[in-house]
Design a protein around this ligand. Structure first.
Ligand code: BTN
Length: 271
C-alpha cells in the first residue's frame, strides 16, 4: 500500500487488507501492468492475490493492444488457483466469461440491467459502448494459476483518450450520478466474482443460459475474425463450453477463438 494514492482512501485500503476472500493485496499509485505483476505473484503468493493500480504505463489489452489506463478507471488483476474452482486448462476460457458476467452483475446495481450487455468473449458494454475489458493470462506456475485482469471505466476522462476510444468507450460516470467510488466498485466486482466462481465450482452458475440472455450480439448480424479466415452470420449466444454460437443459414457454428469485428454492418475495434 502506498501514501501517494489518489482514489483509494485509507478506509478502502483497510477493507481490502481485511477482505475475507483475498490472501494478499498490492495497491499501487502507478504500475506498468497489474497483469504483469500478478503473473509474477502466481509463483510467490497464495491465491487469490489482488494487484490494483490507479494508473498503468503499459496496460495490456486483448490481442496485443494497449489498455488506456489514466486516473479514474478501475484497473486490477487477480490471481486464481484454477483447481480451487474446478477449472482445467481446457475450461480456462470460461473464466473470461465468468468475469464479464460478474462485472455486469456489479454494474446492474447502478445502471438499468437492460442497458448493460456482454460482448463475446470478455467485454462489457453499456448502450453499445464498451465500459469494461477483461484480459485472462495463464501463468506457467504449477499448479495451474490464471490471472484475471479487469479494466473498468468509472470516472476517467475520455476526452483525454485517443479518438478511437472516445468514439467507442463509455464510463460509469456517464450513466450513474454520482458513480460508486473506485474502491466501492472494486469491492462490488470482487464480491460478484467470488460468488460466481463458487457457483461455477458447484456446477450451479448456469453460465451459458444467463450469459446468453445478456449477450449484445444475440440476433445481430456479426462478422468474426478467425485464426483462419472470417465468419459472417447471426449471433446466438454461447454454448456450455463458452464458444460463441453463430447461425449461418441452417447451420449453427461454434467459435472457440476469434474476435467479433463487425456488428450490424458497423466495424468494431478491440476497445
Ligand atoms: C481488453 O483488451 O479489452 C482487455 C483489457 C484489460 C485491461 C486490464 S487493466 C488491468 C489489467 N492489467 C493489464 O495490464 N490489463 C488488464
Amino acid at each position: 500500500m502506498q501514501d501517494s494514492l489518489q482514489l483509494f482512501t485509507e478506509d478502502d485500503c483497510r477493507r481490502l487488507a481485511e477482505h475475507p476472500w483475498l490472501q494478499g493485496v498490492e495497491l499501487y499509485a502507478q504500475l506498468d501492468s497489474t497483469n504483469r505483476r500478478a503473473l509474477e505473484c502466481c509463483e510467490q503468493t497464495a491465491a487469490p492475490h489482488l494487484v490494483v493500480a490507479e494508473t498503468q504505463t503499459a496496460g495490456r489489452g486483448r490481442l496485443g493492444s494497449r489498455w488506456w489506463s489514466e486516473l479514474g478507471g478501475l484497473m486490477f488483476s487477480l490471481t486464481i488457483d484454477a483447481a480451487q474452482y474446478r477449472l482445467t486448462r481446457q475450461r480456462l476460457p470460461l473464466m473470461s466469461l465468468v468475469t464479464g458476467w460478474a462485472v455486469r452483475q456489479a454494474l446492474i446495481e447502478v445502471v438499468p440491467r437492460e442497458r448493460v450487455r456482454l460482448k463475446w468473449p470478455n467485454d462489457v458494454y453499456v448502450d453499445d459502448r464498451k465500459i469494461c475489458g477483461v484480459l485472462l493470462e495463464a501463468s506457467d506456475a504449477r499448479p495451474l494459476h490464471v490471472v484475471v485482469g479487469v479494466g473498468l471505466n468509472i470516472e476517467n476522462d475520455l476526452s483525454q483518450a485517443p479518438e478511437e476510444i472516445r468514439r467507442r468507450a463509455t464510463t460509469l460516470a456517464e450513466h450513474s450520478d454520482p458513480p460508486p467510488s473506485t474502491g466501492e466498485m472494486l469491492e462490488m466486482v470482487l464480491d460478484q466474482l467470488r460468488r460466481c466462481l463458487e457457483q461455477l465450482a458447484a456446477g450451479q452458475l448456469r453460465l451459458a443460459e444467463r450469459w446468453s440472455s445478456a449477450c449484445m450480439l444475440h440476433g445481430r448480424s456479426i462478422k468474426v475474425e478467425l485464426p483462419d479466415g472470417e465468419l459472417a452470420g447471426t449471433g446466438e449466444g454461447i454454448d456450455q463450453c463458452g464458444a460463441l454460437q453463430v447461425r449461418v443459414g441452417a447451420e449453427l457454428k461454434s467459435v472457440v477463438a476469434g474476435a467479433v469485428v463487425e456488428v450490424d454492418g458497423r466495424r468494431l475495434t478491440p476497445r
